[in-house]
Design a protein around this ligand. Structure first.
Ligand code: AMP
Length: 283
């Protein structure tokens, strides 16, 4: 497994592989890897000749009061997991290489970032779209894998690839959960034992909504109020949003008659957690 620390080295490595007609699959991450990240690597591994992982805590996608400075890191363990998953190159860029002095370009989508997390994290998705575009240009992959855990991010990347005519196939990985249902996240490391118990309020809410929709409930407003009550029955929780929306556009749905995305953001103590599920009322 090669470790590449500069844009120039990464690009040269990819160009060389392409010259040999090797296909490249790419998994971008911010590190502190867990089984959710590993599942994306495992999804990509059989589909390509070379599997590239990037680890970069991108400063431009964090707001001023977010957790950039405390974001967890364990590069040694990340490299072990990457090697085990069959990664052939790891890109570990430095932020000065990614954002040199006078950097001034931003990729901004019009409507997808207005919904869900974008309402509460106004700079986040422009930061994501810009860094992912840069990473695509540096790694030059044939395909890239993103997790459905960050559903809005996945939709934004799909749209960006369409809009900018990027010749990259985007694959989506299922949400990987702990045994008790909590969606895996690097940020779960921030939770105390009591908060870890309250973090279950998110996946429990998805279960409750699924059950109620299966029984015929169609009103988003009613479902929202039941979910809110469930979440607030757990200590140290604060709902940021509970949204029933169209899976493609992320626009709110009031009456659930077709496939719907239920997406949640909840603060547990100071830790902001997200989760989501696609619900099909026909089934
Ligand atoms: P991050 O390191 O949090 O930026 O995540 C890197 C990639 O891993 C993104 O595409 C995430 O959606 C994905 N990811 C994070 N957590 C999970 C999970 N529990 N299941 C599946 N994919 C995940």
């Amino acid at each position: 497994m090669e470790i590449l620390k500069t844009k120039a080295d990464m690009q040269a490595w990819s160009k060389n592989k392409k010259k040999q007609s090797r296909t490249l699959c790419f998994v971008p991450t911010m590190g502190y890897l867990h089984q959710g990240h590993v599942s994306l690597m495992e999804k990509g591994r059989p589909l390509c000749d070379e599997l590239v992982l990037s680890i970069f805590v991108n400063p431009t996608q964090f707001g001023p009061n977010e957790d950039l400075s405390s974001y967890p890191s364990n590069i040694e363990n990340d490299l072990l997991l990457a090697e085990k998953a069959g990664v052939t190159a790891v890109f570990l860029p430095h932020k000065k290489d990614m954002y040199p002095e006078h950097f001034q370009t931003e990729i901004k989508l019009q409507s997808l970032p207005r919904h869900l997390c974008g309402k509460f994290r106004p700079v986040h998705f422009a930061g994501v779209a810009t860094v992912v575009t840069k990473l695509f240009n540096i790694v030059m992959p044939d395909m890239a894998v993103f997790g459905m855990k960050d559903y809005q991010q996945l939709q934004i990347i799909r749209q960006l690839v369409l809009d900018l005519d990027l010749d990259i196939r985007i694959l989506a990985g299922e949400i990987i959960r702990e045994k008790d249902g909590l969606a895996m996240s690097s940020r779960n490391a921030y939770l105390s034992e009591a908060q870890r118990a309250s973090a279950l309020s998110l996946s429990r809410s998805l279960d409750l909504a699924r059950e109620l929709v299966a029984k015929g409930e169609k009103s988003s407003a009613l479902l929202r109020s039941k979910i809110e009550a469930l979440i607030h029955s757990f200590p140290e929780t604060e709902v940021e949003y509970i949204s029933f929306c169209r899976p493609e556009t992320l626009e709110e749905i009031e009456v659930i008659e077709t496939k719907v995305l239920l997406a949640l953001a909840v603060k547990v103590g100071k830790t902001r957690l997200i989760d989501n599920v696609l619900i099909n009322p026909g089934r």
